[in-house]
Design a binder for this molecule. Structure first.
Ligand code: HEC
Ligand code: HEC
Ligand code: HEC
Ligand code: HEC
Length: 158
């Protein structure tokens, strides 16, 4: 009885004190307003999520060492949104090239879709070459060239 009450109180405290940290420093998350991250898209676009999950975009962060994730030189093109690690409850929520890297910030779309009116808050249906090239360019140390028409069909199945 006592123990379970204590655990309950602890869980409450943990829930209350969990705050977002950026690069290990506690702070209000900056530039993350409106991001809902890929798990929120999975709810309605499950087949697309599964297909994306099998691509290298879904594991791009694994290419970087712990030090490279802390610095600013490498991380920007291997994450979504802010070009630094965004930690929420010890999880790096913006790891990898997620849906919102290509389709735009998702909150309004998700809210509209949940209200049964997805068409009132559309996202970018087919991101253009210029968007891809914000990452696929010669600032990448492993740049192999970028051929939009050849690669666009590989991002995920429809
Ligand atoms: C690397 C960029 C990229 C990522 C990451 C990405 N997409 Fe896409 N998505 C595209 C492109 C490009 C198209 C258009 C494909 C085409 O027209 O051939 C598309 C099309 C779509 C469409 C429209 C399909 C239709 O009806 O024609 C939906 C919905 C979608 N994506 C959802 C998602 C979701 C959900 C995720 C994450 C699980 C995701 N996308 C991740 C680039 C991306
Ligand atoms: C609650 C369900 C729901 C969620 C969650 C959701 N979508 Fe959608 N999405 C829809 C519906 C429904 C459509 C079709 C809208 C239409 O054509 O009328 C759609 C369409 C799209 C399209 C095609 C362009 C457009 O806006 O019509 C893209 C791209 C897309 N969603 C991406 C995403 C991404 C990325 C996420 C996560 C950030 C997401 N969706 C979360 C329901 C959802
Ligand atoms: C936020 C940065 C970013 C954006 C935007 C981006 N990519 Fe990528 N892309 C990457 C990174 C990083 C990799 C390498 C991932 C790895 O190898 O671990 C990659 C890899 C790929 C691959 C190889 C995937 C595989 O599974 O073999 C393709 C194809 C690709 N990108 C196409 C695109 C297209 C098309 C777009 C635009 C619609 C796009 N990318 C937008 C960062 C990005
Ligand atoms: C300008 C965006 C960008 C930056 C900055 C960047 N990357 Fe990448 N990285 C990519 C893209 C895009 C790919 C996919 C390969 C390509 O360029 O076509 C990739 C692929 C990789 C790969 C897979 C190797 C391969 O041959 O595909 C590794 C490892 C990697 N990056 C590590 C790093 C490291 C380490 C740094 C920092 C020194 C870094 N990246 C900085 C965009 C970037």
């Amino acid at each position: 009885m006592r123990i379970s009450a204590m655990l309950g109180a602890m869980a409450l405290v943990v829930g209350l004190v969990s705050t977002a940290t950026i690069n290990g420093q506690e702070s209000a998350p900056q530039g993350v307003e409106g991001y809902v991250w890929d798990g929120a898209c999975k709810e309605c676009h499950e087949a697309i999520h599964e297909s994306w999950n099998a691509t290298k975009h879904a594991t791009a962060i694994n290419r970087l060492s712990a030090d490279e994730r802390k610095g600013t030189q490498c991380i920007g093109c291997h994450v979504t949104g802010p070009k630094e690690a965004v930690m929420v409850d010890s999880k790096m929520v913006n790891a990898n090239v997620q849906c919102e890297s290509c389709h735009g910030i998702g909150k309004a779309h998700v809210e509209a879709a949940k209200a049964g009116n997805a068409a009132s808050a559309r996202l970018t249906k087919r991101p253009a070459a210029a968007l891809c090239q914000t990452c696929h360019n010669d600032k990448s140390p492993h740049y192999k060239g970028f051929y939009y028409n050849a690669l666009v069909g590989l991002v995920h199945k429809k």
